[in-house]
Design a protein around this ligand. Sequence first.
Ligand code: ZN
Length: 355
Amino acid sequence: MEPNLPLVFDGHNDTLLNLHLRDRGEGRSFFERSAVGHIDLPRAREGAFGGGFFACYAPNPEDDGWNEESALNATEDGYVVSDAPRLDPEYARSVADKLVEGLFRLQSQGSLRVVRSIDELEGCLREGVIAAILHFEGAENLGPDPGALGDLYQTGLRSLGFVWSRPNAYAYGVPFRFPASPDTGPGLTGAGKDLVRECNRLGVLVDLSHINERGFWDVAELSEAPLVATHSNAHSLCPASRNLTDRQLDAIRDSDGMVGVNFAVGFLREDGGESEDTPLETVVRHVDYLLERVGIDRVGFGSDFDGAKVPKGIGDVSGLPRLLAALRAAGYDEEALEKLAHGNWIRVLRATWRK
Ligand SMILES: [Zn+2]
């Protein structure tokens, strides 16, 4: 590893689901080095991974007939993924509960801690303990009663994406399409608006990655917290429906929020393609662009490790130093690298959480 590279605190990973599902993680252990997936403890240490948002995401169950591979249809210049059906909240909650349990089990060896406050997060970074934020990707994971948010807050939930790329009782997720606008449907429902207020009251971060554009603007109007997209890129450079338009980026800047740069090749590449032969410079280009648009204090990483194909040059979490080295080579100084690597996440979480 290069000397003097800052610890990376990251906006999004799907490691919990990868560990949980045998067909994804092949039964690997977080504590042993694996060639499967992107994050485990030995590789995290090698990559100076300080921690991040650990997503609890419930995939569509087999019996609803939808899966990411079969739903994908090529078009002349890209793709359209057919709309994912909404989940039964009881099912979603049962999956989320297993993933939450899985996250807390990762604390058993003392090398990872679930953090509930800025003090705890900073303590972990100081001590070299991986700091994990409990994040729900999809508010259907709360179960049928949105009042469960309060209990989950007590458990440790500190970040909530209202939707994955499908609809639920609160909002409409943006279906995966390329090239396409994120303006794909209606905004927040009444329950969604109530949920914004409740997240503000508790100090739970509202994650705007995956929400469609009208939902984004509804949150922008209602929320008192900085606007945050934990794992999304610049639509101007890669016109995937999952990326952020310049207008959305301006709103993020004006709210003093932030964007986590997603390493998923399909959200990085100009052609929206899925090739891992995507140069590191493509990531650097998104960082450059976002930074120009929203400012040096409002960009970080949101890797999507264990949930997406990433550029070969990164490979997995152990490749983070190569990305930082590429950014340094592109002219980012120590102060800028520190902000990108973790400083900005700490800033925005401090402004969002109650403690
Ligand atoms: Zn995601």
